[in-house]
Design a protein around this ligand. Structure first.
Ligand code: 13P
Length: 347
């Protein structure tokens, strides 16, 4: 493990004004998104969609790294340049999702454990050889009747730490992602309690498994009421609850927290990040984004409707990336949202 390399890559990922584009949907997940928009999912259509995203002019002003899926990291842009070299050439760090998905947890109905540890050391070494500088592993924690169980939190935290230790051995920065899901009608308080407990367990395991905290990025959910909770929370309340949760459990040594969007609207995801960056009383970590849906949504819809509308789709991605970049420093507003959109459409 080279701590300097790890710390440097981690710092780059959460560098000023920048965040991560998660484009690591597995082929089945991307197929579902394509299906819902009437696009046939093939290896080539998935490649061509990712090429549209990655070749967005000016993307590296706002995006520090892109997370890819195994199929994607082995694909190339039309001129034959492999995606990892293409991204690195435009100043964006190539990353790779290395878990193999959340599978039913034995003996625990409605709960999952994320798999992918078998053979991970060799896979990491291969991914590093082809250009990956960081990785991602997502644990899924559902809130429901009597869940999450301590058993689910423990097994997922243990696996996350094993993954993180193996990444660091390979000089790859692990993005550690325990996602507490928004599905359900639970309150903000329940999400707060569950997220706090989850993160506590994760940091205990990271500590026990000797993970260097200066060389990881935490990818966390924001603290929100469940999607079906009748009482939704104002932006400021979400920001305050999220920050206080993070303060209670995330060690200061961690360079940054990159939030996932989790099914929030594009604008909510920007507004919440913005409010956190405005209210932070000198948070020790960078607070940024690692969004999939909240960055790609509008671009995907435009591209799906007309696959020749590359420029318009790229403008839509550029717009969301820019809005979230502004939110990184508390400069996002509804007005900025409108002004940039108008500017993009004037081109
Ligand atoms: P969303 O931003 O769409 O939640 O996705 C982030 C992610 O990478 C989940 O693992």
């Amino acid at each position: 493990m080279n701590r300097e390399v790890l710390a440097e890559v981690a710092a780059q990922l959460v560098g000023e004004g920048k965040g991560v584009l998660a484009a690591d949907e597995s082929s089945p997940t991307l197929t579902k998104r394509f299906d819902s928009l009437g696009v046939t999912s093939t290896e080539e259509s998935r490649r061509s969609y990712r090429e549209m995203l990655f070749s967005t002019p000016g993307l590296s002003r706002f995006i520090s790294g892109v997370i890819m899926y195994d199929e994607t990291i082995h694909q190339s842009v039309a001129d034959g340049t492999p995606f990892p070299s293409f991204l690195a050439g435009s100043g964006i760090l190539p990353g790779i999702k290395v878990d193999t998905g959340a599978k039913p947890l034995a003996g625990a109905p409605h709960e999952t454990v994320t798999e992918g540890l078998d053979g991970l050391r060799d896979r990491l070494s291969h991914y590093r050889d082809i250009g990956a500088r960081f990785a991602k592993w997502r644990a899924v924690i559902a809130i429901g009747d009597g869940i999450p169980s301590g058993y689910c939190l423990h097994t997922n935290a243990h696996a996350l730490a094993r993954y993180a230790a193996l990444c660091q051995e390979a000089n790859i920065v692990p993005i550690v992602e325990p996602e507490v899901m928004m599905e359900g009608d639970h309150s903000l308080e329940t999400c707060l309690m569950t997220t706090t407990e989850t993160l506590k367990k994760v940091f205990d395991e990271l500590h026990d498994q000797r993970v260097f905290l200066g060389g990881i990025i935490l990818k966390a959910n924001m603290v929100l009421p469940g999607k079906d909770c009748p009482e939704q929370a104002p932006v400021e309340e979400v920001a305050a609850a999220t920050i206080s949760c993070m303060r209670a459990v995330v060690p200061a040594e961690v360079p940054g927290i990159a939030f996932l969007s989790g099914g929030q609207t594009d604008e909510d995801a920007s507004a919440h990040l913005n409010a956190m960056n405005r209210t932070k009383q000198r948070s020790p970590w960078q607070l940024t984004f690692s969004y999939a849906r909240a960055l790609q949504g509008p671009a995907l819809r435009i591209w799906a409707a007309d696959q020749t509308a590359i420029e318009q789709a790229q403008q839509a991605l550029h717009h969301r990336a820019k809005m979230n970049s502004l939110a990184r420093s508390g400069r996002y507003s509804a007005e900025a949202e409108k002004l940039d959109d108008v500017a993009a459409h004037a081109h």
